[in-house]
Write a protein that binds this ligand. Structure first.
Ligand code: DOR
Length: 437
């Protein structure tokens, strides 16, 4: 049948364990999982490979509209596909920022034309756009920058935050850094132009204070809250003390437990500058532990591309952010090979949990009836991350020179192969992810 594939020979990561099974796909859906399935359509021989659900990256910045010299929805989605990411949730700090239903509709029309993987978007909060936040349809959530970062979206005052938390029911995702603490630190440390002070300006107290405020408002108004890219041990301790019936989730980025200060700043200079910042190993250990015992729910990359020309300038002039959508799965598969976690853990953190938290329809697991977003991985493949050989438009990575074992070799989006043996099929188009509520 047209549009049908049968994947044979793979070890398959299913919701409750792995099995040697065949997976049949028709018209973009998984239609059968079992042994000796009848041949229908194209047969994919996956001997020696592992089949996992497509990765969902719940936090990327693809710069479209406005800053498309860094990335656009097409190049960003190609980088995603090459990294085994079949769905992404993208941030509103564009130019113009996506703060109205009209701008959101325009962005989705653009995405439908350009994206090779599935997509949905956050609407950005301002102190004045409450009506838009609740009027816009089928978005993954409301993004609040509690502290300023790239772009000019900012809601730093408690009264404005309170108004957003107490009106509506859509998930709120916060960039939790306290603007007032950071401004004061900036004043105290002014004149020092060394990137090593970045985590001192955007310090632990700033992160904790903002997370405490967001948590307080979520508990008060019983509002769904997601804490984006958490970075401190102190925040993990706060989450450990929450009452049972909370509506709060949290994510971590690989760079916050793989790279650490001060070495990252010595080695990478301003390329290591991001918000919230890379911190010392103490925090990395606590974040990894939090992920392993379920205090942190999922992994996102905060893929935030800036060109090397923009990054390699003195601290104070360089923008914050680093790319990551293409390397997050290999980094985690490398950890599986190092015996630090299981493949089931990785699938839980990168596929099942984001689908569940964001209430995505038919995504996140390999089950009959789910969308056929699938990735074949080769756990034995070794490759070195190399600047200039990536799909992201900025073509650099903070992991340049690092050899990783475990790579995606084929990425399938809605039943269509979009990435195979290092090449993208540019004809494939992703779909808007449906969000239930
Ligand atoms: O480092 C960052 N870069 N953190 C953010 O919150 C935004 C991002 C960007 O868009 O560049």
């Amino acid at each position: 049948m047209k549009g049908s594939i049968t994947i044979r020979g793979a070890r398959v990561v299913l919701p409750h364990g792995t099995a040697n099974a065949e997976v049949a796909v028709s018209e973009g859906k998984i239609v059968a999982i079992g042994k000796k399935l009848p041949l229908a359509g194209e047969e994919i021989n996956a001997d020696g490979l592992v089949l996992i659900p497509g990765v969902i990256d719940p936090q990327v910045h693809f710069r479209d509209p406005g800053l498309t010299h860094k990335e656009d929805l097409h190049t960003g989605s190609c980088a995603a596909a090459a990294g085994g990411v079949t769905s992404f949730l993208e941030m509103p700090n564009n130019n113009p920022p996506i703060v109205t239903a009209e701008l959101m509709a325009e962005k989705k029309r653009n995405a439908a034309k350009k994206c090779v993987v599935n997509y949905n978007f956050f609407i950005g909060a301002t102190p004045h756009n409450l009506e838009e936040l609740n009027r816009v349809e089928n978005v993954c959530g409301i993004k609040i920058f509690m502290g300023s970062s790239t772009g000019d979206l900012l809601v730093s005052e408690e009264k404005d935050l309170e108004r957003i938390f107490c009106n509506g029911s859509r998930l709120i995702a916060v960039h939790a850094e306290d603007e007032h603490i950071m401004k004061e630190n900036e004043r105290l440390l002014s004149g020092i132009n060394d990137v090593a002070i970045h985590p001192k300006i955007r310090d632990e107290a700033a992160a904790l204070s903002a997370t405490e405020l967001a948590v307080k408002l979520s508990l008060k108004y019983k509002r769904r809250l997601h804490i984006l890219h958490m970075t401190t041990e102190e925040e993990t301790l706060l989450l450990r003390r929450l009452p049972q019936d909370n509506k709060i989730s949290a994510e971590v980025c690989p760079q916050h437990f793989i790279l650490s200060a001060p070495e990252c700043y010595e080695k990478l200079g301003t390329r290591a500058q991001m918000n919230p910042p890379l911190r010392t190993e103490r925090h990395g250990h606590a974040l990894w532990k939090g992920l392993q015992d379920g205090v942190i729910d999922c992994i996102a990359t905060d893929h935030a591309p800036h060109t090397l020309a923009e990054k390699d300038v003195p601290y104070g002039q360089a923008p914050s952010g680093m790319p990551g959508v293409e390397t997050s799965l290999p980094l985690m598969l490398n950890r599986v090979n190092e015996d630090r976690c299981s493949l089931q853990d990785v699938v839980h953190w990168m596929c099942e949990a984001p689908a569940r938290l964001y209430r995505m329809k038919n995504k996140g697991s390999i089950e009959v009836g789910m969308d056929a977003d699938l990735v074949l991985i080769d756990l034995n493949m070794k490759k070195t991350v190399t600047n200039g050989k990536l799909f992201t438009k900025v073509n650099w990575s903070p992991y340049h020179g690092m050899e990783l074992q475990g790579w995606p070799v084929r990425t399938i989006v809605n039943g269509q192969t979009v990435f195979l043996d290092g090449k993208i099929n540019e004809e494939v188009r992703g779909r808007e992810i449906q969000i239930n509520g």
